[in-house]
Structure formats: structure tokens, C-alpha cells
Design a protein. Sequence first.
Length: 394
Amino acid sequence: MPDRDSLAEQVLRDHVDVARKVASGGYKWTPQAPEVIPAFVAEHDLGPLPAMQEALRHAVDMGGFGYHLGAEALGEAFAGWWSRRHGWEADPALVVPNASVLQGVWACVEAFTSPGDAVVLPTPVYFPFHDIAPTTGRRIADWPLVRDADGWHHDLDALEHLLADDPGIRMLLLCHPHNPTGKVLTEPELTRIVELAAEHDVVIASDEIHADFTYPGGAHVPTATIPGAAPITVTLTSGIKTFAIGGLKASVAAFADERLHARFLEVPANLLGGQNRLGNLAAVVGWTHGDAWVDELVALFDRHRHHLVDRLAAELPDVRVHLPESTFLAWLDLSAHEPGDRPDRWLRDRTNVLCKDGNLFGSGGAGHVRLTFGTSTAMLDEILDRITTGLSGR
């Protein structure tokens, strides 16, 4: 691996080379670009961290494709990053490598619930979570977010009633920060959620994959740091959103309690999968050397979220959107335009901007699309130009 000095200079470039993106063969940038601009995948366009490319290039040059001993380095890198960025002094020995947060979610379902048990989902929520019921024999208990003039909120009274009324609930899948609304849970809110989960013997699987994108005015509080949370909380996260390395399949399930960690490890190791050599290396490099680069990235996307909301408010006020507190995702309400049962296609047909269909996210998703503003400033303006022109009739 290159020495530390060679990894020190990191440059964030606010630019998207569309031809290069298409040629790279990724899922997001299809050959339809730039005729159709993709804003549907929760992946930003400005990664990866240059140090990752340097380290991976070195590993390729060395032919380093064999079995590896990367778990210990990964745990240390994760613990260091979360200590510096989010104030959680995680124990590296209680960090379990896996391939993706979704793999960690399904492993939690296997470890902490039984067929017929229920898993709480705070809807609308990241759409693959809705596959839990049909693939595992579990039930889904909807916990709908509520919206008012200030944005989307978690209804803690509703959660209290939900847990009291359904003794079969054994797991709460917390999307924190929340995808697609960008809502950040506060420490008092998390404290109440932990209290309710402990009272009803419910394990919290806390998906914190977007934690690094929490903007000024808020702070990401790891669920595991809340008093009483450690015995009932699994933190599922990854650097794939931060560094745009989803294809490298590198994620962790992290614990703050040895007994819960041991219960999780009762899932057969081969189902947990582990990480490939290059994914592990990229994650270690990102979590070790990425601070300054991520600071610039978050500052850029902070400007983008304000720019998006301000432009829509001024030029297309009937498209309702609340300023996201986190993520690089905007949850657009197109209901005033009556976009039908496929708002993503309706919007694409009028603007050549492809977003994610809100119906996939469950209750609260009708009439909505999720738009990714994790791109260059120029590309974001092109997206907004197309939407405002296409929907205003100009």
C-alpha cells in the first residue's frame, strides 16, 4: 500500500465527466445519459476518494487478489472514523465485516427474530427493506412518519401504541438518518425509542449509512451511544455512500454489547459473507485518510440542498420539498401535478430527469419521487433547469 505521505493530498473536484461515467459501466450512468439525467440512485457522483484509487491501483499492480486478513484493520479504521466524526468509541473487536448493509439487515432478522415475528419499518423508507416480509416469513409493522409545515417527523406516540398492541414485534429497523426524507433523529427522540424498545424486548437494527452527511444545525447521534441502547442495538453502516464505492461491497455490523454480538454470530459465518480484498482495502483507506475530503464533500452538498430547495420554492412552488437535514437526497412531492401511479416515469417523460418512484418506499410515498442531489453544481443546475422548465410549461 502507498505510504501515508502519498495519500495526504486529497482533492475534491466539483465536476462530472458524463462520458467517463457512462464508459465506466456503472448502474447509475446508463448509455441514455446525458439525454436522460440519472438522479434515481442513492450514490453521489464525486467519488471515490483519490487515496482509494491510489491504494487499489497499488494492490492491482502487486497482484493482491488472494485471501486476506483485513478484518482487524477494518475494525480499527471504523472505530477511528466513528470516534472522530460521531463521538462513538466503538470497540473494534465487536465489529463484524460483511458485504452490505442489506446483508446486515437480513442477518439481524435471522439472528433476532423468528418466522411470524414482526419488524417495524418507519415508512416511507428505503425500498429494499420492504422485501423482508416476502423473503423471510416475517411480518412488517408500519410506523408511518408524519408531515407538517416543518417537514417529516417520527411519531413516538404512535410507536408506543404500535409496540404495545403487537407483542410479536421483535425488531425495529431504524433508518437513521432517514432515507428518503433526510430526517435526523435527535438525542431525546432516540432516548425515547430506546426506552420503548427495551420495554418491549425489541432489538434495534440501526442503519446509519448516511451518517456522514449530516448538515449544520444538526448532529448525528449514533443510536448505540444512547443510555440503555448497547444491549439491544446493532449499528449497520458502510463507507459506500460517503465515498461512492457501492460496487466494492464493504460494510460492517457494529456492536456495543458482547452478548448481542454473540447472538448475531450464531448466524452461520458463511451467510455473513465477509468482504473482498479490494472492498476491505478501500474502506480502511477511506476511514483512515478521508476526513478533509469528506469535509469538503459535505460542505458542497450542504450548499446543494439549500440551492435545490430555494430554486424550487422560487420557480416551482407547487412541488413541495422540505430541506433535508441529512443525506444527499431530496423527497419531492409532485402531488399538485397529479403524476399518477408512476411519478418517476411521469417526471422523466416531461423533463428527461429520472428519479426514484416514491411508491416503492411504502406509506407516504404516493405522488413523490426521490431525487439525488449528490452531483456537481453544474449537473444539479441542469437537473433543476429541466424540472422547472418541464413542469412550468416555459
